[in-house]
Design a protein around this ligand. Structure first.
Ligand code: FE2
Length: 390
């Protein structure tokens, strides 16, 4: 990518650039100086910044701009403290590749609608049934490209299935180690999901479980959950996933007022089901980033605590929002269901996709093992493989 033009504007406080592919964007002198790519500003070894905000002038001035023979931008700054025309020699000169600037242009319309999702994220409903990203354990263990394709499914839809996982206790952790690290909790490095006589958690019974995100009483929550089937010969016990971001979108489109209640007021979650554990958190059911982007959904009837952060006059609207969220959640048009066979596993983005299971009965065995991991590690591994392949 090449630049076709560059001009100094605003008395040297900014630049206006034009690319050969079309498009124009302005950049502040301060931004350009702060993001200089030279060896004094950024370590050539690891790319980390060597200066602080206090090491750069508060109001740098562009003395001179040029498009190089390669179509890159060359910027000469006036010496610190000098104006554009009061400068003689010695201003810092830096270069920026045209494509680097194009990818980082900020002088463009920015979508600020609340409840939108990141680029590359696609919300889903029941239409995804049968089309959830699937892969085979042996294949993604041996082939980085296949691993990336599977991880990309998690990034896009927040859920993926893996088959052919060795039917041995602990295999679920080996899957997490393909892209990141197991996150250990009070439930252990991994946890057993099978009916127990005196369960410390309702997950360890044969009851059906309403769709939920796991462990909302932690802050931060585990951002990924993996559940692997070792045995499944019972009647029932199907797994279902629902996209919490799609629920949030529906709620927003139906009633901005109800959406607002779940994004504005903190809910409370707690777990105190075993000795020595008193976990609690205070976070909204639908969490937005400061710019309105959907950040996380937390929903779990078993660990919801009394809500005490909603003003008296707003409490009826808050409950109406929660009820509507749950109604949308129960809409069959939202659910993707599958039955895990032994040796199969599913992974969910626990900040987004809710999971459920139907009740089960019969004389058979249903034995799952689960573990938590974190999404930043998954996205990092995926980005690194994609960069290598580019
Ligand atoms: Fe769960």
């Amino acid at each position: 990518m090449r630049l076709s033009g560059a001009e100094v504007i605003d008395g040297g406080a900014a630049a206006r650039l034009t690319w050969e592919v079309g498009g124009t964007a302005r950049f502040h002198a301060l931004w350009l100086r702060d993001n200089a790519l030279d060896a004094e500003t950024r370590s050539p070894r690891n790319g980390q910044r060597l200066v602080t905000i206090l090491d750069i002038p508060a109001a740098p001035v562009i003395a001179d701009l040029a498009v190089t023979a390669h179509g890159a931008l060359r910027v000469r700054f006036a010496p610190d403290g000098a104006g554009a025309d009061g400068e003689a020699a010695g201003g810092k000169t830096v270069e920026f590749p045209a494509g680097w600037l194009h990818a980082r242009r900020y002088d463009r319309p920015i979508d600020r609608r609340p409840g939108r999702v990141d680029e590359g994220v696609e919300t889903f409903d029941a239409v995804l049934s049968g089309a959830v990203t699937r892969a085979d354990f042996a294949e993604i263990s041996a082939d980085r490209g296949a691993l990336a394709a599977w991880l990309a499914g998690v990034r896009r839809h927040g859920v993926a299935i893996l088959a052919g996982v060795p039917r041995e206790p602990g295999s679920v952790c080996r899957v997490a180690e393909l892209f990141g690290y197991v996150r250990e909790t009070n439930y252990g490095r991994l946890f057993e999901v099978r009916a127990e006589v005196n369960p410390t958690n309702l997950a360890y019974t044969n009851l059906g479980l309403q769709a939920h995100t796991d462990n909302p009483y932690r802050d931060p929550v585990p951002t990924l959950q993996l559940l692997m089937c070792l045995d499944n010969t019972v009647e029932g016990g199907e797994s279902t996933v629902v996209d919490g971001f799609r629920i949030a979108e529906r709620l927003r489109d139906e009633s901005p007022d109800l959406f607002d209640a779940l994004t504005t007021f903190p809910a409370r979650f707690e777990y105190a089901g075993e000795a020595g554990v008193r976990l609690s958190s205070r976070r909204p059911v639908i969490e937005l980033a400061p710019d309105g982007r959907l950040q996380a959904v937390r929903f779990n009837n078993r660990s919801a605590a009394a809500v005490t952060d909603v003003p008296f006059d707003d409490m009826p609207r808050y409950y109406a929002s929660l009820r509507r969220f749950a109604e949308i959640l129960e809409d069959p048009a939202m659910a993707v269901s599958f039955r895990l066979a032994p040796g199969e596993l599913f992974i969910v983005d626990n900040t987004r996709v809710l999971h459920a299971r139907t009740a089960f009965s019969g004389s058979g065995e249903r034995w799952l093992q689960g573990c938590y991991a974190d999404k930043d590690g998954l996205l990092s591994t995926l980005a690194a493989i994609e960069e290598d392949a580019a």
